[in-house]
Design a protein around this ligand. Structure first.
Ligand code: AMP
Ligand code: MG
Length: 419
Protein backbone atom coordinates (compact mmCIF):
# COMPACT_ATOMS: atom_id res chain seq x y z
CA UNK A 1 0.00 0.00 0.00
CA UNK A 2 2.25 2.74 -1.23
CA UNK A 3 2.49 5.24 -4.02
CA UNK A 4 0.59 8.30 -5.04
CA UNK A 5 -1.95 6.92 -7.48
CA UNK A 6 -5.25 5.83 -6.05
CA UNK A 7 -5.69 2.10 -6.73
CA UNK A 8 -9.27 0.81 -7.05
CA UNK A 9 -11.56 3.67 -6.04
CA UNK A 10 -12.92 1.63 -3.19
CA UNK A 11 -9.55 0.68 -1.82
CA UNK A 12 -7.92 3.97 -1.39
CA UNK A 13 -7.87 4.00 2.38
CA UNK A 14 -7.45 0.27 2.80
CA UNK A 15 -5.31 -0.84 5.66
CA UNK A 16 -4.69 -4.37 6.81
CA UNK A 17 -4.22 -5.31 10.38
CA UNK A 18 -4.86 -3.98 13.87
CA UNK A 19 -3.70 -0.72 15.35
CA UNK A 20 -2.61 1.85 12.80
CA UNK A 21 0.06 4.33 13.78
CA UNK A 22 -0.87 7.98 13.57
CA UNK A 23 1.95 8.51 11.09
CA UNK A 24 0.79 5.71 8.82
CA UNK A 25 -2.80 7.00 8.93
CA UNK A 26 -1.73 10.53 8.00
CA UNK A 27 0.49 9.13 5.24
CA UNK A 28 -2.42 7.11 3.81
CA UNK A 29 -4.58 10.19 3.80
CA UNK A 30 -2.06 12.49 2.17
CA UNK A 31 -0.87 9.92 -0.37
CA UNK A 32 -4.34 9.05 -1.62
CA UNK A 33 -5.95 12.47 -1.71
CA UNK A 34 -5.54 14.38 -4.95
CA UNK A 35 -5.54 18.20 -4.77
CA UNK A 36 -8.73 19.86 -6.02
CA UNK A 37 -8.86 21.67 -9.33
CA UNK A 38 -9.62 25.35 -9.55
CA UNK A 39 -7.94 28.58 -8.55
CA UNK A 40 -8.96 32.18 -7.99
CA UNK A 41 -7.17 35.49 -7.80
CA UNK A 42 -7.59 37.40 -4.54
CA UNK A 43 -6.42 40.69 -3.06
CA UNK A 44 -3.68 40.12 -0.49
CA UNK A 45 -5.84 40.57 2.56
CA UNK A 46 -8.43 38.08 1.37
CA UNK A 47 -5.66 35.59 0.55
CA UNK A 48 -4.57 35.15 4.15
CA UNK A 49 -4.42 31.45 5.09
CA UNK A 50 -4.94 30.37 1.48
CA UNK A 51 -2.58 28.23 -0.59
CA UNK A 52 -0.54 29.87 -3.34
CA UNK A 53 -1.51 28.28 -6.67
CA UNK A 54 1.54 29.33 -8.68
CA UNK A 55 5.13 30.21 -7.82
CA UNK A 56 5.78 33.81 -6.84
CA UNK A 57 8.83 34.93 -8.79
CA UNK A 58 10.37 38.35 -8.14
CA UNK A 59 10.14 40.61 -11.18
CA UNK A 60 12.38 43.22 -9.52
CA UNK A 61 15.03 43.42 -6.82
CA UNK A 62 14.03 43.74 -3.18
CA UNK A 63 15.08 46.23 -1.98
CA UNK A 64 14.78 47.86 -5.41
CA UNK A 65 17.86 50.10 -4.91
CA UNK A 66 20.85 50.30 -2.55
CA UNK A 67 19.77 52.28 0.49
CA UNK A 68 20.88 53.36 3.91
CA UNK A 69 20.15 51.11 6.88
CA UNK A 70 20.61 53.99 9.35
CA UNK A 71 20.30 57.74 9.81
CA UNK A 72 23.82 59.08 9.25
CA UNK A 73 26.31 60.25 6.63
CA UNK A 74 27.20 58.65 3.30
CA UNK A 75 30.76 59.10 2.05
CA UNK A 76 33.57 57.53 0.05
CA UNK A 77 36.13 56.01 2.45
CA UNK A 78 39.07 56.86 0.18
CA UNK A 79 38.08 60.56 0.41
CA UNK A 80 38.67 60.80 4.18
CA UNK A 81 41.46 63.28 4.92
CA UNK A 82 43.93 63.08 7.87
CA UNK A 83 41.50 64.78 10.27
CA UNK A 84 38.57 62.61 9.05
CA UNK A 85 36.45 65.71 8.51
CA UNK A 86 34.31 66.10 5.37
CA UNK A 87 31.95 68.95 4.44
CA UNK A 88 28.31 67.89 4.18
CA UNK A 89 27.25 68.81 0.65
CA UNK A 90 23.82 67.18 0.32
CA UNK A 91 20.88 65.81 2.23
CA UNK A 92 18.99 62.71 1.03
CA UNK A 93 15.74 61.66 2.69
CA UNK A 94 13.70 58.49 2.01
CA UNK A 95 11.86 58.84 -1.27
CA UNK A 96 14.32 61.36 -2.77
CA UNK A 97 16.48 60.50 -5.75
CA UNK A 98 20.20 60.80 -4.98
CA UNK A 99 22.62 62.87 -7.08
CA UNK A 100 26.19 61.53 -7.39
CA UNK A 101 28.32 62.40 -4.36
CA UNK A 102 30.79 65.21 -5.19
CA UNK A 103 34.36 63.98 -4.46
CA UNK A 104 35.62 65.01 -1.03
CA UNK A 105 32.16 65.51 0.50
CA UNK A 106 29.70 63.60 2.66
CA UNK A 107 25.92 63.53 2.34
CA UNK A 108 23.48 63.60 5.21
CA UNK A 109 21.35 60.47 4.64
CA UNK A 110 18.23 59.12 6.33
CA UNK A 111 17.14 55.49 6.72
CA UNK A 112 15.77 54.02 3.48
CA UNK A 113 17.16 56.83 1.29
CA UNK A 114 19.12 55.80 -1.84
CA UNK A 115 22.91 55.67 -1.56
CA UNK A 116 24.37 58.45 -3.75
CA UNK A 117 26.56 57.06 -6.56
CA UNK A 118 30.18 57.32 -5.43
CA UNK A 119 29.57 56.63 -1.73
CA UNK A 120 30.79 53.28 -0.37
CA UNK A 121 29.84 53.49 3.32
CA UNK A 122 27.37 55.13 5.67
CA UNK A 123 28.45 56.22 9.15
CA UNK A 124 25.76 55.98 11.82
CA UNK A 125 24.84 59.37 13.22
CA UNK A 126 25.92 58.15 16.69
CA UNK A 127 29.45 57.44 15.37
CA UNK A 128 29.98 60.97 14.02
CA UNK A 129 30.29 64.42 15.56
CA UNK A 130 30.03 67.96 14.23
CA UNK A 131 33.49 69.18 13.24
CA UNK A 132 34.82 72.32 15.05
CA UNK A 133 32.99 74.74 17.30
CA UNK A 134 33.03 77.53 14.73
CA UNK A 135 31.28 75.42 12.12
CA UNK A 136 27.50 75.08 12.52
CA UNK A 137 26.30 71.53 13.04
CA UNK A 138 25.92 69.42 9.89
CA UNK A 139 28.04 71.69 7.72
CA UNK A 140 31.12 69.52 8.34
CA UNK A 141 31.32 66.23 10.13
CA UNK A 142 33.99 64.08 11.74
CA UNK A 143 33.59 60.54 10.41
CA UNK A 144 34.81 57.15 11.70
CA UNK A 145 37.86 55.70 9.96
CA UNK A 146 37.34 52.02 10.54
CA UNK A 147 34.17 51.35 8.52
CA UNK A 148 34.38 48.48 6.03
CA UNK A 149 33.19 48.87 2.46
CA UNK A 150 29.40 48.77 2.29
CA UNK A 151 28.95 49.57 5.98
CA UNK A 152 25.28 50.31 6.77
CA UNK A 153 24.35 49.97 3.10
CA UNK A 154 21.54 47.58 2.12
CA UNK A 155 22.39 46.48 -1.43
CA UNK A 156 19.70 46.20 -4.13
CA UNK A 157 18.31 42.66 -4.22
CA UNK A 158 19.78 41.82 -0.79
CA UNK A 159 16.45 40.33 0.34
CA UNK A 160 15.29 38.80 -2.98
CA UNK A 161 16.95 39.29 -6.36
CA UNK A 162 14.97 39.87 -9.58
CA UNK A 163 14.17 36.48 -11.11
CA UNK A 164 14.46 34.63 -7.80
CA UNK A 165 11.73 32.24 -6.62
CA UNK A 166 10.23 34.05 -3.64
CA UNK A 167 7.52 31.53 -2.68
CA UNK A 168 6.73 28.12 -4.10
CA UNK A 169 3.29 27.03 -5.27
CA UNK A 170 1.68 25.30 -2.32
CA UNK A 171 2.94 27.86 0.19
CA UNK A 172 0.39 28.71 2.86
CA UNK A 173 -0.06 32.47 2.82
CA UNK A 174 0.60 33.90 6.25
CA UNK A 175 1.41 37.45 7.28
CA UNK A 176 5.09 37.38 6.22
CA UNK A 177 4.26 35.77 2.86
CA UNK A 178 1.61 38.40 2.13
CA UNK A 179 4.03 41.15 3.15
CA UNK A 180 6.64 39.68 0.82
CA UNK A 181 4.16 39.63 -2.09
CA UNK A 182 3.35 43.28 -1.40
CA UNK A 183 7.06 44.16 -1.22
CA UNK A 184 7.46 42.54 -4.64
CA UNK A 185 4.71 44.75 -5.99
CA UNK A 186 1.91 42.16 -6.17
CA UNK A 187 -1.51 43.43 -5.01
CA UNK A 188 -3.23 40.11 -5.78
CA UNK A 189 -2.27 36.46 -5.73
CA UNK A 190 -3.61 33.36 -7.44
CA UNK A 191 -4.67 30.87 -4.80
CA UNK A 192 -6.21 27.42 -4.86
CA UNK A 193 -9.90 26.77 -4.37
CA UNK A 194 -10.89 26.02 -0.79
CA UNK A 195 -12.40 22.59 -0.22
CA UNK A 196 -16.06 22.81 0.79
CA UNK A 197 -16.41 20.72 3.94
CA UNK A 198 -19.64 19.60 5.55
CA UNK A 199 -19.65 18.97 9.30
CA UNK A 200 -22.16 16.72 11.06
CA UNK A 201 -22.51 15.77 14.66
CA UNK A 202 -24.17 12.46 15.45
CA UNK A 203 -26.03 11.28 18.49
CA UNK A 204 -29.53 11.19 19.95
CA UNK A 205 -28.18 12.70 23.15
CA UNK A 206 -27.10 15.96 21.50
CA UNK A 207 -28.96 19.25 21.65
CA UNK A 208 -27.94 22.63 20.28
CA UNK A 209 -26.37 25.14 22.63
CA UNK A 210 -29.16 27.53 23.63
CA UNK A 211 -31.68 24.70 23.88
CA UNK A 212 -32.63 23.37 27.31
CA UNK A 213 -31.10 20.04 28.27
CA UNK A 214 -33.76 17.37 28.38
CA UNK A 215 -32.98 14.35 30.57
CA UNK A 216 -29.94 12.38 29.35
CA UNK A 217 -29.04 15.09 26.85
CA UNK A 218 -25.79 16.97 26.40
CA UNK A 219 -24.97 20.04 24.34
CA UNK A 220 -23.30 19.48 21.01
CA UNK A 221 -19.79 20.84 21.30
CA UNK A 222 -17.89 18.94 18.60
CA UNK A 223 -19.54 20.69 15.68
CA UNK A 224 -18.53 24.04 17.07
CA UNK A 225 -14.99 22.91 17.83
CA UNK A 226 -14.64 21.40 14.36
CA UNK A 227 -16.13 24.41 12.55
CA UNK A 228 -13.67 26.65 14.40
CA UNK A 229 -10.77 24.31 13.55
CA UNK A 230 -11.82 24.47 9.90
CA UNK A 231 -11.99 28.25 9.98
CA UNK A 232 -8.26 28.21 10.80
CA UNK A 233 -7.58 26.19 7.62
CA UNK A 234 -8.01 26.96 3.91
CA UNK A 235 -11.50 25.47 3.97
CA UNK A 236 -15.08 26.56 3.49
CA UNK A 237 -16.88 24.92 6.39
CA UNK A 238 -20.60 24.22 6.28
CA UNK A 239 -22.60 23.36 9.35
CA UNK A 240 -24.83 20.38 8.54
CA UNK A 241 -26.33 19.93 12.00
CA UNK A 242 -26.93 16.87 14.16
CA UNK A 243 -27.75 13.41 12.80
CA UNK A 244 -29.92 11.08 14.87
CA UNK A 245 -28.70 7.61 15.84
CA UNK A 246 -30.66 6.00 13.03
CA UNK A 247 -29.02 4.03 10.25
CA UNK A 248 -31.28 5.09 7.41
CA UNK A 249 -31.34 8.80 8.25
CA UNK A 250 -27.56 8.82 8.62
CA UNK A 251 -27.03 7.01 5.33
CA UNK A 252 -29.41 9.33 3.48
CA UNK A 253 -27.90 12.50 4.94
CA UNK A 254 -24.34 11.43 4.12
CA UNK A 255 -25.28 10.39 0.60
CA UNK A 256 -27.08 13.66 -0.07
CA UNK A 257 -24.28 15.79 1.40
CA UNK A 258 -21.52 13.91 -0.44
CA UNK A 259 -22.72 15.33 -3.74
CA UNK A 260 -22.34 18.92 -2.54
CA UNK A 261 -19.04 18.77 -0.64
CA UNK A 262 -15.39 17.98 -1.19
CA UNK A 263 -15.15 16.31 2.22
CA UNK A 264 -17.56 15.28 4.95
CA UNK A 265 -16.58 15.28 8.60
CA UNK A 266 -18.63 13.60 11.28
CA UNK A 267 -18.01 13.03 14.96
CA UNK A 268 -19.32 10.20 17.09
CA UNK A 269 -20.85 6.94 15.99
CA UNK A 270 -17.65 5.25 14.89
CA UNK A 271 -17.08 2.90 17.82
CA UNK A 272 -18.32 -0.67 17.91
CA UNK A 273 -21.60 0.03 19.76
CA UNK A 274 -24.92 -0.88 18.17
CA UNK A 275 -25.86 2.81 18.02
CA UNK A 276 -22.72 3.69 16.08
CA UNK A 277 -24.32 4.25 12.70
CA UNK A 278 -21.74 6.34 10.90
CA UNK A 279 -19.54 3.39 10.06
CA UNK A 280 -22.45 1.41 8.71
CA UNK A 281 -23.85 4.38 6.82
CA UNK A 282 -20.55 4.89 5.02
CA UNK A 283 -20.39 1.17 4.27
CA UNK A 284 -23.94 1.19 2.91
CA UNK A 285 -23.25 4.11 0.57
CA UNK A 286 -19.69 3.54 -0.48
CA UNK A 287 -16.56 2.07 1.00
CA UNK A 288 -15.33 2.20 4.53
CA UNK A 289 -12.05 1.60 6.27
CA UNK A 290 -12.33 1.56 9.98
CA UNK A 291 -9.16 2.53 11.66
CA UNK A 292 -8.09 1.84 15.18
CA UNK A 293 -5.41 4.43 15.65
CA UNK A 294 -2.58 3.70 18.04
CA UNK A 295 -3.23 6.94 19.85
CA UNK A 296 -4.71 8.08 23.13
CA UNK A 297 -7.08 9.85 22.97
CA UNK A 298 -8.48 9.45 19.44
CA UNK A 299 -8.49 5.70 18.81
CA UNK A 300 -11.54 4.99 16.62
CA UNK A 301 -11.84 6.74 13.26
CA UNK A 302 -13.54 5.87 10.00
CA UNK A 303 -12.27 6.81 6.60
CA UNK A 304 -14.45 6.20 3.62
CA UNK A 305 -15.65 7.33 0.24
CA UNK A 306 -19.21 8.10 -0.78
CA UNK A 307 -19.71 8.82 -4.48
CA UNK A 308 -16.11 9.97 -4.82
CA UNK A 309 -16.23 12.24 -1.77
CA UNK A 310 -14.01 11.36 1.18
CA UNK A 311 -15.82 10.98 4.50
CA UNK A 312 -13.91 11.12 7.74
CA UNK A 313 -15.66 9.85 10.85
CA UNK A 314 -13.97 11.30 13.91
CA UNK A 315 -14.46 9.93 17.42
CA UNK A 316 -17.20 11.40 19.58
CA UNK A 317 -15.27 12.23 22.70
CA UNK A 318 -14.40 15.91 22.35
CA UNK A 319 -10.65 15.70 22.96
CA UNK A 320 -10.33 12.56 20.86
CA UNK A 321 -12.15 14.35 18.05
CA UNK A 322 -9.61 17.18 18.14
CA UNK A 323 -6.59 14.84 18.22
CA UNK A 324 -7.97 12.81 15.31
CA UNK A 325 -8.80 16.02 13.45
CA UNK A 326 -5.24 17.28 13.76
CA UNK A 327 -3.74 14.01 12.54
CA UNK A 328 -6.21 13.04 9.84
CA UNK A 329 -8.50 15.88 8.82
CA UNK A 330 -5.89 18.63 8.87
CA UNK A 331 -3.39 16.94 6.50
CA UNK A 332 -6.26 15.72 4.31
CA UNK A 333 -7.70 19.22 3.97
CA UNK A 334 -4.34 20.88 3.39
CA UNK A 335 -3.63 18.28 0.74
CA UNK A 336 -7.02 18.83 -0.93
CA UNK A 337 -6.25 22.54 -0.93
CA UNK A 338 -2.90 21.94 -2.63
CA UNK A 339 -0.59 22.77 0.29
CA UNK A 340 2.98 21.63 -0.25
CA UNK A 341 3.57 20.42 3.29
CA UNK A 342 1.35 19.72 6.25
CA UNK A 343 3.49 19.03 9.35
CA UNK A 344 2.19 20.03 12.75
CA UNK A 345 4.34 22.64 14.48
CA UNK A 346 6.49 20.89 17.08
CA UNK A 347 9.00 22.13 19.62
CA UNK A 348 10.77 20.73 22.64
CA UNK A 349 10.15 21.61 26.29
CA UNK A 350 11.23 19.92 29.52
CA UNK A 351 8.53 18.04 31.43
CA UNK A 352 7.53 19.53 34.77
CA UNK A 353 5.81 16.25 35.74
CA UNK A 354 6.28 12.53 35.73
CA UNK A 355 3.98 10.08 33.97
CA UNK A 356 3.75 6.36 33.18
CA UNK A 357 2.18 5.08 29.96
CA UNK A 358 1.55 1.90 27.97
CA UNK A 359 3.99 1.21 25.15
CA UNK A 360 2.76 0.77 21.58
CA UNK A 361 0.57 3.83 21.26
CA UNK A 362 1.16 7.52 21.13
CA UNK A 363 -0.30 9.62 23.89
CA UNK A 364 -1.29 13.26 23.95
CA UNK A 365 -1.35 15.08 27.27
CA UNK A 366 -2.58 18.64 27.62
CA UNK A 367 0.06 20.95 29.01
CA UNK A 368 0.57 24.59 29.88
CA UNK A 369 3.92 26.16 29.07
CA UNK A 370 5.22 28.04 32.08
CA UNK A 371 8.75 29.48 31.94
CA UNK A 372 9.51 27.15 29.05
CA UNK A 373 8.50 23.97 30.91
CA UNK A 374 5.49 21.76 30.17
CA UNK A 375 3.05 21.51 33.09
CA UNK A 376 0.45 18.79 32.82
CA UNK A 377 -3.26 19.48 33.22
CA UNK A 378 -4.31 17.43 36.24
CA UNK A 379 -6.94 15.35 34.39
CA UNK A 380 -6.76 13.98 30.88
CA UNK A 381 -9.90 12.03 29.96
CA UNK A 382 -10.88 12.05 26.29
CA UNK A 383 -14.13 13.81 27.17
CA UNK A 384 -12.68 16.68 29.18
CA UNK A 385 -13.01 19.68 26.93
CA UNK A 386 -11.85 22.10 29.64
CA UNK A 387 -8.49 20.30 29.60
CA UNK A 388 -8.02 21.72 26.11
CA UNK A 389 -9.50 25.14 26.73
CA UNK A 390 -7.29 25.71 29.78
CA UNK A 391 -3.98 24.57 28.30
CA UNK A 392 -1.70 25.73 25.50
CA UNK A 393 -0.16 22.66 23.93
CA UNK A 394 -0.22 18.91 23.48
CA UNK A 395 2.72 16.99 24.88
CA UNK A 396 3.31 14.19 22.39
CA UNK A 397 4.57 11.03 24.07
CA UNK A 398 6.02 8.64 21.50
CA UNK A 399 4.81 5.07 20.99
CA UNK A 400 7.83 3.47 22.64
CA UNK A 401 7.88 5.74 25.71
CA UNK A 402 6.81 4.16 29.00
CA UNK A 403 8.05 6.63 31.58
CA UNK A 404 8.34 10.40 31.56
CA UNK A 405 10.20 12.03 34.42
CA UNK A 406 10.50 15.67 35.40
CA UNK A 407 13.19 17.33 33.28
CA UNK A 408 12.86 14.91 30.34
CA UNK A 409 12.66 16.71 27.00
CA UNK A 410 9.15 16.47 25.56
CA UNK A 411 7.87 17.08 22.07
CA UNK A 412 5.21 19.74 22.32
CA UNK A 413 2.61 20.84 19.74
CA UNK A 414 1.49 24.37 20.60
CA UNK A 415 -2.18 25.12 19.87
CA UNK A 416 -1.34 28.54 18.47
CA UNK A 417 -1.90 28.50 14.73
CA UNK A 418 -3.94 25.28 14.91
CA UNK A 419 -6.94 26.44 16.86
P1 AMP B 1 -19.86 7.98 20.44
O1 AMP B 1 -18.58 7.73 19.72
O2 AMP B 1 -20.94 8.44 19.53
O3 AMP B 1 -20.26 6.82 21.26
O4 AMP B 1 -19.58 9.19 21.44
C1 AMP B 1 -18.60 9.07 22.47
C2 AMP B 1 -18.85 10.13 23.52
O5 AMP B 1 -18.71 11.40 22.95
C3 AMP B 1 -20.24 10.10 24.10
O6 AMP B 1 -20.14 10.41 25.49
C4 AMP B 1 -20.95 11.19 23.37
O7 AMP B 1 -22.03 11.74 24.10
C5 AMP B 1 -19.86 12.21 23.17
N1 AMP B 1 -20.15 13.02 22.00
C6 AMP B 1 -20.37 12.55 20.75
N2 AMP B 1 -20.60 13.56 19.91
C7 AMP B 1 -20.53 14.70 20.65
C8 AMP B 1 -20.68 16.08 20.33
N3 AMP B 1 -20.97 16.46 19.09
N4 AMP B 1 -20.54 16.99 21.32
C9 AMP B 1 -20.25 16.57 22.58
N5 AMP B 1 -20.08 15.29 22.92
C10 AMP B 1 -20.23 14.35 21.98
MG1 MG C 1 -22.90 8.53 19.61
Amino acid sequence: MAGLTPPEPGDCFAHEGGLLSVEAAAALVTARIVPLHGTEELPLRAARGRILAEPLVATSDLPPFANSAVDGYAFRRADLPQDAILPVAARIAAGQAAEPLPPGTAARILTGAPIPPGADAVAMQEDTRPAGLAIPTNIAITLPRDLPEGANIRPAGEDIAAGELALRAGHRLDAPALGLAAALGRPRLRVTRRPVIGVFSTGDELVEPGQPLRPAATHDSNRHTLLALLDALPAEAQDLGILPDRALATAEALHEAAARHDLLLTSGGVSAGEEDHVRRAIEANGTLHFWKLAVKPGKPAAMGMIAGTPVLGLPGNPVAAVVAFLHLARPLILRLAGAATTPLPRLTAPAAFSHRKKPGRREYLRVSLVDGAAHRYPRDGAGLLASLARTEAFAELPEDAIAIDAGDPLTVIPYGGLF
